[in-house]
Design a protein around this ligand. Structure first.
Ligand code: GAR
Length: 206
């Protein structure tokens, strides 16, 4: 199976969804490494409890950008990582990492890209923007990461209805439920080498 590194910043519920899917033997692979850019990330505690090699690499222990990127590259190499999954990772991945792991980094985003995506659109801000705009459909997107923010080839998208009564809290919960389905699904396809990228179009091979 493939060796996966999961990058997180907070709660880590998408990380849990990946681990559960691996436990159900849907994904042929293992989470060999968790990297958090926040020391106090809840997901970091949970991954440690599950005995997964987990490391904090952030601005307080690697203050300059270059040393931080070098450290990330070092641990990725050490663990012979095949796939990087950004699961609620709130930092921009440096271009040197994106180039080295070209078409080997995937991200989960809580909207239907290209709507409500790009710089400034993350976490609850996405759902606030969706509600303020008044769109009636939102959703979640799994995509490959390229050198811009949220612009890489789309792997899976799924729609979620917006209700009149929705709040940021209720809407983010409904979208999160979909995230937990489509992220493991995309990783499973990647691990089985079933994703073909043609330009910016991702096709499924059987
Ligand atoms: C998820 O909703 C994810 O889509 C979003 O942050 C949340 C993390 O939750 N990611 C982004 O906004 C990235 N731009 P989690 O830590 O429980 O997985």
């Amino acid at each position: 199976g493939i060796k996966i590194a999961v990058f997180i910043s907070g709660r880590g519920s998408n990380l849990e969804a990946i681990l559960d899917s691996i436990n159900r033997e849907e994904i042929k692979g293992e989470v060999a490494l968790v990297i958090s850019d926040r020391k106090d990330a809840k997901g970091l505690e949970r991954s440690k409890e599950r005995s997964i090699p987990s490391v904090y690499i952030g601005k307080s222990n690697y203050s300059d950008n270059e040393s931080r990127v070098d450290k990330i590259l070092e641990v990725l190499e050490l663990k012979e990582i095949d796939l990087i999954v950004l699961a609620g990772y709130m930092s921009i991945v440096d271009t040197s990492i994106v180039r080295k792991y070209k078409n080997k980094i995937i991200n989960i985003h809580p909207s239907l890209i290209p709507s409500f995506s790009g710089k400034g659109y993350y976490g609850s801000f996405v759902h606030k923007a969706v509600l303020d705009y008044g769109v009636k459909i939102t959703g979640a997107t799994v995509h490959f990461v390229d050198e811009d923010t949220d612009t890489g080839p789309v792997i899976i998208q799924e729609a979620v209805k917006v209700f009149d009564e929705d709040t940021v809290d209720s809407l983010s919960k409904r979208v999160l439920g979909i995230e937990h389905e489509i992220l493991p699904k995309a990783i499973k396809l990647f691990a089985e080498n079933k994703l073909v990228i043609e330009g910016r179009i991702v096709k499924r091979r059987d």
